[in-house]
Design a protein around this ligand. Sequence first.
Ligand SMILES: C[S@@+](CC[C@H](N)C(=O)[O-])C[C@H]1O[C@@H](n2cnc3c(N)ncnc32)[C@H](O)[C@@H]1O
Length: 286
Amino acid sequence: MVWRPIEPPDSVEQAIAENHATWDEIAHVHAQGSGADFYRIEQWLDGECKLGPWEIEEVGDVSGKSLLHMQCHIGTDTLSWARRGAVVTGLDFSENALIEARRFAEKLGIENSRFIHSSVSNAVSALGGEKFDILYTGRGALCWLPDLDEWANVCSKLVKHNGILYLEESTPFVGTLEPTETTEGVFFVPKYDQFNEGPISEIGEGTYADPNWPGERVTHCWEYRYDTIINALIKHGFRVISMVERDELFFNPWPDMFETSRPNYWRLKDGEVRFPLSFTLKAIRE
Ligand SMILES: C[S@@+](CC[C@H](N)C(=O)[O-])C[C@H]1O[C@@H](n2cnc3c(N)ncnc32)[C@H](O)[C@@H]1O
């Protein structure tokens, strides 16, 4: 998977439109094409859970609770929560992703689920002002949003008083470092500027689910530091009650240096110097 930088578009709207086109294009690839192995679709349809064990533990009992999954993609995580008894709503701006999510819900006979087509920006009106017990998001979600202040504001309007927001994301290390070949071996060096406020715009082939997928895609991502995420949540009425970093990650950005740690998770191979790869954060809406 070779990716090269390109000039960011003139406007955020254009960046989002190009990301939207990309997500619409790869939804079917992830659900029923060459990316389905990464998503472990067969195993998941057979009953395997897509959630990390720590997610289940940290979110707690979801049975009978309303759970909104923002940026739900093809619904595999959303429906994993539904299998645990939550009444789930998935929201995403990719219609093709939602077609797959609804198809899965029907195939599995999961009735306590619905999927709503909306951008994060328009989520409050798309959901008619409804508030949820739990807002779940992440695993490659925040990097697609240009404005975390707006995101946190939207989240604050979607979570009930004393409800929770829970997310799992890759750490700023993963967003900054890139393995680089030197005469003395391969080393991680900082590549992306964590204080850059514009998008990181790139073009390349493949997706995280299938690096060999031949379609060429343009992506515009925003890398976030912890302070940006946490301060946005605090500003919009959340109290962060826990944050945990882990040496496992929900995708495999560097196949030469990573190995599978458990289904749906990877970690650095033995002998590599470890650094935090992912984190979870739980916050209460006050
Ligand atoms: C990596 S996926 C979400 C992660 C999910 N855990 C998964 O892998 O199934 C990112 C999702 O964000 C959605 N997305 C990106 N930008 C969005 C926006 N502004 N509003 C709503 N959805 C958006 C994309 O359509 C995509 O389905």
